[in-house]
Design a protein around this ligand. Structure first.
Ligand SMILES: [Mg+2]
Length: 356
C-alpha cells in the first residue's frame, strides 16, 4: 500500500497549493506592444509578467494575433523574440494570412493571383499553394497592361514567366497590403471580369451575373492601422473599399464574391482559441487544463477589429489607449470589458480581477 500512500501525499501537496483560475491572453501588436518599429517599454515588462514575474508567480499562456503579415511565422517569431526579450515560438504567432492556410485544400494546385506585399508574398508555396502568380508576373507578361510604371527591375528574379493566355485563375488572394493600388486594382478587375479566369479576356456584365464568380480572399479587412506616424494609416480594408467601388462602377452595380480573414472574423478567433488551449496544456505539462472563454482576453487598440472579434467570440477584451482608439472620438463602437492606458495596466487589472 506504500505506493498508494505516497500518491495520496502528492495529491494533498498539490491540493494545498491553491490553483489559480487559468487565464490566456491574445495580443494585438501594432498600437499595443509596438508603435510602428518602436517597441513600447511596458511591452517588455508585460511579457515578463506573463512568464511568471507577477505577485502570484503564475505563468499565463499568450499569443499574438496581428492583421499584419508579409513574413513567415517563424521569421516573425524571431523578430518578436528580439523585440520583447522573450523566446517566442512560431505557434504563438497568428498573422492575417496564417489562417488562409485553410484554403490549401481548395487551391493547392490551382492557379491563384496573389496581391500585396513588397515582393513575392511569403507563405505562398510554403503554405502549400503551388501555382501562385503575382502582379509582377502579369506586368512582365504584358507591360502595356499597366503602362504607368515599368516592371520593377528589383523584382526580375522573383518574376515567374508564363503564357497567361493558357492559365485559368481560380481565385485572387490579397495576402498583404497592396503597395501599388492602381496596378493591383487593375489586375484584380481583369481577373474578376475575365472569361474563366484568363488574363486579357473579358465577358459582358450580363454574362458575369450568370456565371459562378471568381472569389477574392482578403487576409484582413482593417480600414486603418497605427504606426509611429501621428495619424492612423490606410489598411487593406481601404484597398478593398476602393476595389469594390470601381468593380461596382464597371459592372453596373455587381458585387464581388469576397471572403475576409483576420480580425474580427470568427475563423481567426477559432484558430487562436485552439492554439491558446494547446499552449495552456503544454504549459501544464500535458495536463488537460481548460480555460473558460471569459478568461481568454484579447488586448487591442482597435474597437472595430480586436474588440469586436473578441466580443463576438465570447472572449473578454481590453482596449488600450496607445494606438488607433482615441478618447476624443467618444465611447468605442464595440464596448470592451475594460479600458486601460496601456498594455501593462491592462494585464495588471486582469490578473488582479481574476486572482485576488
Ligand atoms: Mg492594432
Amino acid at each position: 500500500m506504500r505506493g498508494l500512500g505516497s500518491a495520496r501525499i502528492l495529491v494533498r501537496t498539490i491540493a494545498t497549493k491553491k490553483p489559480q483560475t487559468p487565464l490566456a491572453i491574445a495580443f494585438d501588436i501594432d498600437g499595443v506592444l509596438k508603435q510602428g518599429s518602436v517597441v513600447l517599454p511596458e511591452a517588455v515588462r508585460t511579457l515578463k509578467m506573463l512568464e511568471g514575474d507577477n505577485p502570484w508567480q503564475t505563468k499565463v499562456p499568450y499569443l499574438f494575433i496581428t492583421n499584419s503579415g508579409g513574413k513567415e511565422e517563424s521569421k516573425r517569431a524571431l523578430d518578436l523574440s528580439d523585440d520583447f526579450k522573450q523566446k517566442i515560438v512560431p505557434e504563438q504567432v497568428i498573422q492575417a494570412h496564417t489562417v488562409m492556410q485553410s484554403l490549401v485544400s481548395l487551391y493547392a494546385d490551382k492557379p491563384v493571383l496573389m496581391i500585396g506585399g513588397p515582393d513575392l508574398p511569403p507563405g505562398g508555396s510554403r503554405y502549400g499553394f503551388n501555382q501562385v502568380y503575382t502582379a509582377f508576373d502579369l506586368h512582365a507578361y504584358a507591360p502595356a497592361s499597366f503602362p504607368y510604371a515599368d516592371p520593377n527591375p528589383e523584382q526580375q528574379d522573383a518574376v515567374r514567366h508564363a503564357d497567361f493566355s493558357k492559365i485559368q485563375f481560380e481565385a485572387i488572394f490579397v495576402f498583404h497590403d497592396s503597395r501599388e493600388w492602381g496596378r493591383d486594382i487593375q489586375y484584380c478587375l481583369d481577373i474578376l471580369r475575365s472569361d474563366q479566369g484568363v488574363f486579357g479576356t473579358m465577358i459582358t456584365n450580363e454574362e458575369l451575373r450568370k456565371r459562378r464568380k471568381i472569389p477574392i480572399y482578403f487576409s484582413h479587412g482593417d480600414l486603418l492601422w497605427g504606426n509611429n506616424f501621428a495619424l492612423p494609416r490606410l489598411g487593406q480594408g481601404a484597398f478593398r473599399t476602393a476595389l469594390e467601388a470601381v468593380y461596382k462602377r464597371v459592372t453596373d452595380g455587381d458585387e464581388m464574391n469576397a471572403i475576409t480573414f483576420g480580425k474580427p472574423e470568427q475563423m481567426t478567433y477559432e484558430y487562436a482559441n485552439e492554439l491558446l488551449q494547446m499552449l495552456l496544456n503544454r504549459a501544464s505539462n500535458g495536463n488537460d487544463v481548460h480555460v473558460a472563454p471569459e478568461n481568454i482576453w484579447m488586448i487591442g487598440d482597435n474597437p472595430a477589429s480586436d474588440i469586436m472579434g473578441a466580443n463576438n467570440f465570447g472572449w473578454s477584451s481590453a482596449l488600450v489607449r496607445t494606438g488607433v482608439y482615441r478618447d476624443v472620438e467618444g465611447p468605442p463602437a464595440h464596448k470592451p470589458t475594460l479600458i486601460a492606458d496601456n498594455v501593462e495596466e491592462a494585464i495588471m487589472k486582469i490578473m488582479r480581477n481574476t486572482w485576488s
